[in-house]
Structure formats: structure tokens, C-alpha cells
Design a protein around this ligand. Structure first.
Ligand SMILES: *[C@@H]1O[C@H](CO)[C@@H](O)[C@H](O)[C@H]1NC(C)=O
Ligand SMILES: *[C@@H]1O[C@H](CO)[C@@H](O)[C@H](O)[C@H]1NC(C)=O
Ligand SMILES: *[C@@H]1O[C@H](CO)[C@@H](O)[C@H](O)[C@H]1NC(C)=O
Length: 241
């Protein structure tokens, strides 16, 4: 019994030593999980996009010097000698494809500008898991289609959200108005309909909504109110008849 007890004690202290060593290795930067993820992130972005103008051909993953991705075109790092991506700026590069899901592995990202490219397909419905801490998202002037996902309302650090000049349709989720840090919001020139959100903390001008057939509500002309009771009754009656 005593032997077993001693073995258990030794095992748990051995575990403690292992954990201490592991934490020391992490903090000393001998190896860093974050680094590998950011490299995977950029590799996934490059792999998922057509790049007819060869902007991303300079993204060379063979050189594994600490901080090597920080020299890539369109990539800002937190520190030049640490593979941790701060911003991705790939505007106007002729890039074509769906929104790159692999961007989720850039876990320290605060800004994404992929405007003026040829992105198509939907904005991912789990966008807040992909861009958890992003303060600025510019996907304007692409060919994105489908709804504006409700989950964008969970990207609670957003200051800037630009989705103008795409093919987005449906209603703008009212919950977008709950984004408390929004300063710039633009969805002009899409195919959106219905009421615009009411922002609790920002004044968004009518320009931001221009070029959509069916948007309404301040700062645009008021939406037609919901049918009055008597109307609903007569519509229901008509439908039944
Ligand atoms: C690897 O990248 C670092 C940082 O960008 C650079 O200084 C170094 O010259 C590169 N090495 C090779 C072999 O390309
Ligand atoms: C993140 O990278 C890992 C490999 O390191 C990969 O298995 C995973 O699918 C990536 N996540 C996304 C969302 O692409
Ligand atoms: C935000 O995230 C929570 C859970 O983290 C989820 O329950 C909720 O539905 C999300 N909201 C939106 C608008 O997607």
C-alpha cells in the first residue's frame, strides 16, 4: 500500500515537473503552438484562392525562420520576429474563391481587408468563430452572395464592417445593431431588403445603404408599418375565401 501510495505521489510530482517544463518551453518560445497555427492559416488562404496575378506566389513556406511570414506581401505581424498575424491586407489582387475558412487559424488577427477581389459564395454562417477578435472587416467590391449571417452580430469587436458592392440579399439581421463598437458600416450596392438595423452606438448615413432596392427605416424613408389588425383580418379573410 505504501509503495503504491509513493508511486502515485511520484507520478503526480512528475506530472507537475512536466507541466512546468512545458509552460517554460511555451513562454521561452522554444516552440509555440500559436506560430504553427498562423503558418497553417496563411497556407490555407493561399491554397484556397485562385491567384491569377501571382501575388501570393511570393508566400514561400520553405523558409521557417521565426517571423518569416511577416515579410509576406499583405501580412502584418504583432512583432516582426514572431509568426503571429495582426492584419491581412489582400485588397485588389484579383484573388478568386470562397471566403477562406482556414483564416480561423490566425487566432490573433484584428484586421481583414480582402476588398476588390473576386470572392464569391456566402459569408460563412460561423463567421464569429473564424474572426473572433477582428476589429475591421472589409469584404467590399467582391461577388459575395446569400444572406448577411446573423452570426456577424457575435463579432463584438468590430469597429469597421464593409460589405458594400457585393450581391448580398435578404434582410440585414437586426442584431447587427447591437455591435457596440461599430463606427463604419456599409452595405451599399447589394440586393438587400427590409428594415435597416438600429445602431445603439453609431450614426450610419443613408449613403451606407444606397443602391439596394428594398431597404427602409431611419436614415432611409420609414418602412411600411405592419398591416393593421383590420387589414390582417381582411387579408386572412381573402386568403380563406
Ligand atoms: C528567411 O526569412 C528571413 C526573414 O524574412 C530572411 O531574413 C532570410 O533571409 C530568409 N532566408 C532564406 C534562406 O530565404
Ligand atoms: C487549422 O489548422 C489545423 C492544422 O494545424 C487544421 O487541421 C484545421 O482544419 C485548421 N482549421 C481550419 C478552420 O481550417
Ligand atoms: C452568439 O453566440 C452564442 C453562443 O456563443 C449563440 O448562442 C448565439 O446564437 C450567437 N448569436 C448569433 C447572432 O449568432
Amino acid at each position: 500500500m505504501t509503495g503504491l501510495f509513493m508511486r502515485m505521489t511520484m507520478n503526480s510530482s512528475a506530472h507537475t515537473v512536466l507541466i512546468v517544463v512545458y509552460v517554460w518551453l511555451l513562454s521561452s518560445g522554444t516552440f509555440s503552438y500559436g506560430d504553427k497555427r498562423d503558418i497553417d492559416c496563411l497556407r490555407a488562404i493561399k491554397d484556397s484562392l485562385e491567384d491569377p496575378l501571382n501575388y501570393l506566389s511570393s508566400w514561400d513556406f520553405k523558409n521557417s525562420t521565426e517571423g518569416f511570414i511577416c515579410g509576406f506581401i499583405g501580412i502584418d505581424c504583432w512583432h516582426p520576429d514572431e509568426n503571429r498575424v495582426l492584419n491581412i491586407r489582400l485588397s485588389d489582387m484579383g484573388l478568386k474563391g470562397e471566403f477562406p475558412q482556414g483564416i480561423a487559424n490566425c487566432t490573433s488577427l484584428t484586421g481583414v481587408d480582402m476588398s476588390s477581389n473576386k470572392l464569391y459564395g456566402p459569408i460563412p454562417s460561423n463567421i464569429s468563430q473564424i474572426l473572433q477578435f477582428v476589429t475591421s472587416l472589409d469584404l467590399s467590391s467582391n461577388n459575395l452572395s446569400g444572406d448577411i449571417p446573423l452570426d456577424l452580430a457575435n463579432c463584438s469587436y468590430l469597429n469597421v464592417l464593409k460589405l458594400d458592392n457585393n450581391q448580398l440579399s435578404g434582410q440585414i439581421p437586426a442584431q447587427i445593431g447591437l455591435l457596440g463598437r461599430i463606427k463604419t458600416f456599409s452595405v451599399s450596392n447589394n440586393r438587400l431588403t427590409g428594415p435597416v438595423p438600429t445602431f445603439s452606438n453609431a450614426t450610419i448615413s443613408a449613403d451606407s445603404y444606397a443602391g439596394n432596392a428594398g431597404l427602409c427605416g431611419s436614415p432611409l424613408p420609414a418602412c411600411k408599418g405592419p398591416p393593421k389588425k383590420s387589414n390582417t383580418g381582411s387579408i386572412a379573410g381573402a386568403a380563406m375565401g
